[in-house]
Write a protein that binds this ligand. Sequence first.
Ligand SMILES: Cc1ncc(COP(=O)(O)O)c(C=O)c1O
Length: 391
Amino acid sequence: MFNARLQAELDELEEKGLRRVLRGLDGAQDRVVGIGGKAYINFCSNNYLGLAADVRLRDAAAASLQQSGFGAGASRLVCGTLSEHQKLEERLAVFKGAERCVLFNCGYMANVGIIASLFGRGDLILSDRLNHASIIDGIVLSRADFRRYPHCDMAGLERLLREAGGKYRTIAVITESVFSMDGDLAPLDQIVRMTKQHGAVLMVDEAHAAGVFGAGGRGAVEHFGCGSDVAIQMGTLSKAFGSFGAYVCGSTRLIEYVMNRARSFIYTTALPPSVAAASLKALEIIEAEPGRREALWRNATEMRRRLKEAGFDTLRSVSPIIPVVVGDEKRATTFSAKLFEQGLLVTAIRPPTVPANTARLRVTVTASHTPDDLECLLRRMKTVGEELCLI
Ligand SMILES: Cc1ncc(COP(=O)(O)O)c(C=O)c1O
């Protein structure tokens, strides 16, 4: 019975073009990756600054391995806090202009732990409709009341804030700064103004903005100059940092509270210290080499301009995440497969990761792509786009 049910559901996913499979890389995560012995130009990683395979991150991790060994051996609060964790937390707090920072083992665990610990029954959470699954799961776990406002719709948010006035212990607004599948930017300046006016607490997920936005790569809060107005700044080390892990920055009180209450912080073994050492090295590179960010933005701006010029729908992207909306799931898979045949890796993103009928190729450019890489992708996307009657 059980196996038959699983099989029937897998078959149904297959039938709808929604079944997912793993594709293994032969070597490192980089501008060009090997799959099954063939080389592909990679246009779908979150390795925005090209740091994932950087030799300096590897050397930093190797040095830490020599000194501190591999496993952390315990949760942070028992005896798993090593000097690598503490150094990284101190440096991230300075980087983000916050009093304190605490690490989590990944962004998913951070969002789930932060939200479920800070909010609960008697509170209201207002969440952008396109917020990441980890934010939604954190909200569900928190048991707080939960309303979604239409994506980046400030009038909708304002209405919900007004309606909620006086009825809750705490009202929180949670938004991504750069949306992971649309590549657009939340109007943080307006959200800050509104949350202040209504006495709400603001949490911003900077997963795709840290290292990418802002003059110093400090994220969209730096871009908007509103860091001190965002009570809870969460970010990941798995994307532009090319490493792994996540953090939350804020006041000393907030961080102490999260460390004492967040179950995904308390009840899990600490990150291997070598991973924290690699993240610290990535942070130093992000601060010392603004040229990487400049190259990333040159590539992103050029790619988006030319995709739009060719007639593709790139939604409201203003970041290195450039969606090319196809609509139908099977057509999106075909688009991706045809590019793959020609040596280009651009995975199709389908529901439930994106809303129904908005299946897409999520093109991500990085600082490492060359002008020839961009040219090659554009030429082939135009040909396949015409074949599929998308343009
Ligand atoms: C907006 C957002 N938040 C959180 C996460 C989770 O981060 P991590 O991959 O570090 O678990 C992701 C990506 O996976 C994301 O896109």
